[in-house]
Design a protein around this ligand. Structure first.
Ligand SMILES: O=C(O)CCC(=O)C(=O)O
Length: 257
């Protein structure tokens, strides 16, 4: 999981894929609810699913689904709880070495998860903190609507639009193969980019090689296999954004043998 601390060039804004429709929030409307009906690909308890509208984001090897999971009142409450309860890394874990020089990570990070799990972070083997009730609630809601289970969450807090995450893939060996990553966002709405690996370092690239989304307050983005094999993602600097944002990526980590 070293790449959480990766620092890379800012994303380049290109066009949308042909299959990508603008969301309402991109069009300046409320909520980000899309046109598609819920789509089930996996078995599971779908008791919360009925009322959700999903937007499908598809491209070559790109398979994501986006919805608003929490209404505003519930999302506001969760955001307050996260702000109060999450304990972020400090000291060496909040620093990153790039070409031999140490920098502050341009956001705050924390990990929570099942007892007994370990993962590699910044070259260290660490254990996540035990689940907080608010994180369990969000995790269980995601599981209800997707049928997927998760044993670990990475929390990223962006104090404003200057905080960001560089282009990377979540392709660590410790992630269960083919398992989706569920990304839940609270607070400021931020641009989020996917870029096909074939177009990295090639300004202009092929049409459709960069996909821009906006991740709204209370939203869920399911990044399904094989997205992370073929596409990098990033959350670029947006200096006009003054409010904080907290993002949770729920993952399934393989227990160490
Ligand atoms: O904050 C976000 O939406 C992105 C987080 C991310 O890229 C990650 O956890 O791998």
């Amino acid at each position: 999981m070293d790449r959480f601390l990766q620092k890379t060039a800012p994303g380049v804004l290109l066009g949308k894929t042909a299959k990508q429709k603008p969301t309402r929030e991109e069009a300046g409307e409320d909520g980000g609810m899309a046109e598609k009906r819920p789509r089930r690909e996996t078995p599971g308890d779908t008791s919360h699913q009925a009322g959700l509208s999903w937007r499908q984001i598809r491209g070559e090897g790109l398979n994501c689904d986006y919805t608003i999971l929490f209404g505003k009142a519930e999302a506001d409450k969760i955001f307050r709880e996260l702000e109060q309860d999450v304990e972020y890394f400090t000291g060496a874990l909040a620093r990153v070495q790039v070409f031999g020089k140490w920098h502050d990570v341009p956001r705050k990070q924390a990990t929570y998860g099942d007892a007994g799990l370990t993962y590699t972070f910044s070259g260290l083997t660490l254990s996540p903190k035990p689940w907080l009730p608010v994180l369990e609630r969000i995790r269980d809601r995601v599981s209800d609507v997707t049928g997927q289970t998760f044993n670990f969450v990475l929390v990223n807090r962006y104090k404003d639009g200057c905080d960001h995450i560089g282009e990377h893939r979540d392709d660590e060996r410790e992630l269960a193969s083919r398992s989706p990553i569920a990304s839940v966002s609270f607070g400021a709405c931020r641009d989020f980019f996917f870029r096909h690996k074939a177009s990295r370092g090639k300004p202009g690239g092929r049409p459709g090689d960069t996909v821009r989304l906006q991740l709204a307050h209370g939203s869920l983005l399911m990044m399904n296999h094989p997205t992370n094999t073929h596409w990098y993602h990033s959350l670029p600097v947006r200096k006009k954004v003054l409010a904080p944002r907290v993002n949770l990526t729920f993952r399934k980590i393989l227990p160490k043998k």
